[in-house]
Design a protein around this ligand. Structure first.
Ligand SMILES: C[S@@+](CC[C@H](N)C(=O)[O-])C[C@H]1O[C@@H](n2cnc3c(N)ncnc32)[C@H](O)[C@@H]1O
Length: 387
């Protein structure tokens, strides 16, 4: 589970910590594979008939179903297990990271360097939607500094990511999102040869690093709001030999010039921003892209308008109410193509891109498949008109 050889910044779990982390991974896998499905049985056998009898009609939306499901003991048990899995995961990882934090801080001043840079803004204020909650239950979220030169939040996220995604998002490198986004660019914009790329909400840079790998001619920039994750991301990239220029700023108000980038990306960021922030982020993408440049947002493969089952929608919406992702539900139902068009983008497309670790030019076609399935990511992308 913890790959000792992935890169020097990745915390290494000792024997007991590995036992804890394997336990929580097994708990999460068990809940996902065996317990979650029981909710559908409860919905079909109890909730739907009771609702229909009481209301004289079928439920119209996931909010109605959620209120009824939440009265069911089985659903309550499932929700408790889900939350327990999250809390135990962070508790165990915190223990492991804190044991080795001094070493990680020392390692985070990369000595040889590959030419990447880090710009922090000591006066930066977190957007309200990030300051309100500790995202997905991580204590201190993405931005809390606990000491000088802190990298703790980044180390926690990096070690946690492999568990969070059951190891299916690219193993210890957690780079499947970045590789899948590159595949989308190859499929949907085969003519694009980006010279300057900007990745929004880069976090520890796991999704960012495939960008310099597959577009080696490009100057790659990456921004986020959290200082400790950016310090960690910079050190991680340098140790992995990838040149990236990191900066602390908000995707809602970037400090780059107009018409500067050929490609602007984000990966699983939009659902953590607010509905008010979304159009501002799209407007900034438009401003910093050169005419003909491309914006690509990769997101969780949950689009409520594409989902037939209201029960499944309720299960996905657990994130909104119980996993400290308050805007998940609203962003997952927002028409992002319409928003791109309103912002002035041309040829906006959306769909599901098959996850890949091995992007190839001209490989899979796009979109693929038509509806959300496990092993796919939702993508919305568009071009800035040429003139
Ligand atoms: C789930 S993480 C992204 C992971 C990363 N993109 C990857 O694929 O490896 C979401 C990130 O979005 C960042 N974020 C949220 N709102 C932002 C904003 N307005 N500007 C910049 N970053 C933002 C958070 O700080 C967090 O690091």
């Amino acid at each position: 589970m913890t790959a000792r050889t992935a890169h020097p910044m990745l915390p290494v779990a000792d024997h007991d910590e590995q036992a804890q982390q394997r336990f929580v991974l097994a708990l999460k896998q068990h809940v996902s594979a065996n317990v979650t499905a029981g909710n559908h049985a409860v919905y079909n056998a109890r909730v739907l008939p009771a609702f229909t009898k009481a209301e004289g009609r079928a439920p119209r939306n996931r909010h109605e179903v959620r209120r009824w499901m939440e009265r069911e003991p089985y659903h309550q048990m499932w929700g408790s297990l889900m939350r327990l899995g999250q809390e135990l995961m962070w508790d165990y990882i915190l223990e492991s990271v804190d044991r080795q934090l001094d070493d990680l801080v020392t390692l985070s001043t990369p000595k040889p360097g590959v030419g990447g840079t880090l710009r922090l803004d000591p006066g930066f204020e977190q957007p309200r939607y990030l300051a309100l909650v500790d995202q997905h239950g991580q204590p201190g979220s993405y931005y809390t500094d606990t000491r000088a030169d802190d990298v703790r939040a980044g180390a926690i996220l990096d070690q946690g990511a492999a568990i969070y995604h059951f190891g299916k998002a690219g193993g210890a490198m957690v780079d499947a999102r970045g590789r899948t986004l590159v595949q989308h660019v190859f499929d949907a914009y085969p003519d694009l040869e980006p010279r300057r790329i900007l990745d929004l909400g880069c976090c520890v840079g796991a999704g960012t690093l495939p960008l310099p790998e597959f577009f080696p001619q490009a100057e790659v920039h990456a921004i986020d709001t959290g200082a400790p994750i950016l310090r960690y991301a910079h050190a991680r990239a340098e140790h992995l030999g990838r040149r990236v220029h990191f900066a602390q700023q908000s995707a809602e108000s970037l400090d780059y010039p107009d018409n500067h980038f050929d490609l602007v990306t984000s990966m699983v960021v939009l659902h953590e921003t607010s509905t008010a922030a979304l159009p501002r982020i799209f407007a900034e993408c438009m401003r910093v892209l050169r005419p003909g440049g491309v914006m690509v947002h990769l997101e969780v493969p949950v689009r409520y308008p594409d989902m037939d089952s209201l029960c499944e929608q309720v299960l996905r919406d657990w994130q909104t109410y119980y996993n400290d992702e308050p805007f998940w539900g609203r962003v997952c139902e927002t028409d992002l193509v319409a928003m791109a068009v309103q912002t002035g983008f041309a040829d906006a497309v959306q769909g599901y891109q098959t996850q890949t670790l091995d992007p190839q030019r001209g490989a899979t076609g796009w979109p693929n498949p038509p509806t959300s399935r496990p092993g796919h990511w939702y993508i919305v992308s568009a071009r800035k008109p040429k003139g």
